[in-house]
Design a protein around this ligand. Structure first.
Ligand SMILES: [Zn+2]
Length: 216
């Protein structure tokens, strides 16, 4: 089973990918992580990538393809969860080839769909206790006593600078721009399945499992 997992920041993609790793023995293949790992391990592709990066150049599609091939060869029977790849039609084509060369194929492209306004509310409402780190939310989880931490009685709270509306909307726009070139390709092949990323974590996992098991 090989899948592509798509979703904007805040949709819970990382959480779902690690659940699939724990429960199904699948392996998440994020190109950034793979690149760092290959460079560190000094694999043939890692050495090639290192030279390119040290020369201040961008790692080419050919190197990324080789990197994915190298990683897939280490997986044995484990299924792959592609994260952040492919981004272009050319990469989508390469991926088909890389998989086919290893007797694999792409089974599903699962997109965690979010409602942008609800996501803005979810993210911009978050704050934490400055002393103990207890998490709160303007709409969903205020302290029982105003301005007093339930856990430690502290009175100071903080918000992450990135948790603002403009950043959330910018990230959504970036996500749409990044997926726009590849979604139609996989739509045409009937591979795209959508899951409500705003549901609670367990429900999202159930929905993904249903797809993987052919129940949805
Ligand atoms: Zn506290």
């Amino acid at each position: 089973m090989n899948i592509i997992l798509l979703g904007p920041p805040g949709a819970g993609k990382g959480t779902q990918a690690s659940r699939l790793e724990n429960e199904r023995g699948m392996v998440q293949l994020s190109t950034g992580d793979m690149l760092r790992a290959a460079v560190k391990a000094g694999t043939p592709v890692g050495l090639q990538a290192k030279a390119v990066m040290e020369a201040g150049e961008l790692v080419s599609d050919a190197i990324v393809s080789a990197l994915i091939g190298e990683r897939l060869d280490q997986l044995g029977e484990a299924g792959a969860i592609f994260d952040g790849y492919p981004r272009t039609a050319a990469q989508a084509e390469s991926l088909d080839q890389i998989l086919a060369e290893r007797g694999r194929s792409l089974d599903h492209v699962i997109e965690l769909v979010v409602d942008e306004d609800a996501l803005v509310e979810r993210i911009t409402g978050r704050f934490t206790c400055a002393s103990c780190g207890q998490g709160y939310h303007d709409a969903f989880k205020l302290p029982a006593v105003a301005d007093t931490c339930d856990a430690c009685g502290g009175h100071e709270f903080k918000r992450r600078p990135d948790d603002n509306e403009e950043t959330v909307r910018t990230r959504m726009a970036e996500y749409r721009a990044k997926t726009a070139p590849i979604l139609p390709i996989y739509e045409a092949r009937g591979l795209v399945k959508r899951v409500d990323g705003m549901a609670d974590i367990a429900h999202v996992t159930d929905a993904i499992e249903a797809i993987l098991d052919g129940r949805a």
